[in-house]
Ligand binder design. Sequence first.
Ligand SMILES: [Zn+2]
Length: 191
Amino acid sequence: MRVECIKDGDMPTNGYIVISGDECAVIDPALDGEKFFNAAKACGCNIKYILLTHGHYDHIGGADKLSDICGADVYIHELDRELLCDPQKNASPDYSPTVCYSMVKTYKDGDVFRLGCEELTVRHTPGHTKGSSCFFCGDVVFTGDTLFADGYGRTDLYGGDHRAIYKSLMALLREVKGKRIYPGHGEERDF
Ligand SMILES: [Zn+2]
């Protein structure tokens, strides 16, 4: 498995291309879907899934365009589905962008996405949003805005819950031991 990090947007947001053989998954296509399509193309792989760690605008904004170009479906946790088309819930500062016309499917805790010879397993970690989730794949974990190299996600936006993220982090910190995390912002880190 190979991981390419693509930084996009003002924050910036980390989007990832996870490659196994000639297939890849894009995790959080940030704002510019075309940028992710071109990066995947340069890696010589077909995009099988577009996976969203949660529904905030800076992680989902590129999903419509990317899905449009490559034809892959977009997946998000069932509890964050409502954030996609609602700028007030997804914290979009200028009431765009949102994901409105993509073929969106939902995942839940424990679901597995097969990619080449690898598997990406969903771990529901609510708190930053209700549907925030991490993806485990071998020795690496994509943690979205739940866990960063030196901190954790804010809980003051729609659906945020401080007690919930505390509980999620207590469990997650045990599970990421010995693994490398790739967060939604900032640097990666070995735990
Ligand atoms: Zn977020």
